[in-house]
Design a protein around this ligand. Structure first.
Ligand SMILES: [Zn+2]
Length: 372
């Protein structure tokens, strides 16, 4: 269910060779979803993973129906999450897999609670809703039947591992990816290859402090790569064609491709929501219109203005510049300066401010000259 293919071509990814998304888009979407409560769901998944098999003794046989009903409901809930979130909401995934898997072995269950051995009445039922154990322990000595049951158990195990891995992958987005991306953005610019390498190494060094699989920045499942031709509409592209067995494998590749190509998710410093920085200009602000404003101004417009205002309010260079500007402007109003003289001074003041910002002159010299 969670395995899929993706064709990478530049900044584009074709999920299962069809749905086109940008590099970093899926990760950004998942970062926007609060997933904290999945930690509890993960505990249930681990528990079911330990218990999911064809009943092995009388006590398990007795509880079989109620256990499988609970498990079917639980996994349907997880599948529902999978189908609602990116990338699977764009892919045609099919749910209800536990019930389907058990039904591949319908002969091993009774639809109705009869304990009589090999009653043929149930043979008319194509698809079971209920799973009462059909065989006693002595029937299990038939080697063919036993083999079949082992195969069923393997399939159940695979399903349980896949569901648990999915939950860990989604939690990893919240716990590891968020923390790593915070570091990537700590300098408010694109990092060089060397800086990314150092950031990653530092992040990995702290591993010792982490307890859960989802706290580690790593892949899950397996990744297989070959190169393939992809035909989209009339265009033909050579793509890196990946087969992922899990979401975690995809997200890991997507993150590092994004870092390389400057398609990086970040939290907007104005509205606090995640957005995707797309190659070109680095910005700490998203381009969503700010809620409640009619002028259509975006976080990026207001964010830069806010930053500029804060700079003016806190930076001694700008503070000094503003005071000097006000003094000279007052002189102009009182006609102690002509318009031309004021303009000449204003140009000169900007030059001085530039020079001190680029450390060409010291602050004391700047302070003295701008007030003259
Ligand atoms: Zn924003």
């Amino acid at each position: 269910m969670t395995e899929f293919e993706a064709y990478f071509s530049g900044e584009k990814i074709y999920l299962n060779g069809r749905k086109c998304v940008k590099v970093g888009e899926t990760l950004t979407k998942l970062l926007s979803k609060p997933t904290g409560y999945y930690k509890e769901v993960l505990l249930f998944a681990q528990n079911y993973e330990n218990r999911l098999h064809y009943p092995e003794d009388e006590a398990e046989a007795y509880d079989s129906e109620s256990f499988f009903q609970e498990a079917i409901k639980f996994y349907a809930g997880v599948e529902d999450v999978i189908m609602r979130l990116a990338p699977y909401k764009y892919l045609e995934v099919v749910g209800n897999r536990l019930q389907d898997t058990l039904n591949e072995y319908a002969w091993a269950f009774h639809e109705y609670p009869k304990m009589s051995v090999l009653d043929d009445e149930d043979d008319d039922i194509d698809y079971h809703q209920h799973f009462y154990v059909r065989f006693g322990t002595e029937d299990m000595e038939d080697p063919d039947m036993l083999n079949e049951i082992y195969t069923l158990n393997d399939k159940l195990k695979k399903l349980a591992v896949e569901m648990r891995t999915y939950l860990e992958d989604v939690l990893r987005v919240e716990y590891a990816f968020t923390a790593f991306l915070e570091r990537i953005h700590s300098r408010n610019r694109f990092l060089t290859n060397e800086e990314i390498a150092d950031t990653l190494a530092e992040f990995e060094d702290e591993k010792k402090l982490r307890m859960y699989a989802c706290d580690y920045l790593r892949t899950s499942g397996s990744i297989q790569l070959d190169y393939k031709r992809l035909r989209i509409k009339e265009k033909t592209e050579l793509c890196e064609h990946y087969k992922f067995t899990s979401l975690g494998a995809f997200l890991y590749i997507e993150l590092f491709k994004g870092l390389e190509m400057h398609y990086i998710p970040r939290k907007c410093s104005y509205c606090g929501r995640w957005f995707l920085i797309e190659a070109g200009i680095y910005s700490e602000y998203c381009t969503r219109p700010v809620k409640g404003r009619e002028d259509g101004k975006t976080c990026r417009d207001l964010g830069h203005f806010k930053k500029y205002s804060e700079k003016i309010a806190n930076d001694p260079i700008w503070l000094t510049y503003n005071r000097a500007y006000k003094q000279h402007y007052a002189r102009l109003l009182k006609k102690k300066m002509t318009q031309a003289e004021f303009q000449k001074w204003a140009d000169y003041a900007i030059k001085l401010r530039d020079m001190v910002e680029r450390k060409k002159i010291g602050f004391d010299e700047y302070y003295k000259k701008i007030r003259e």
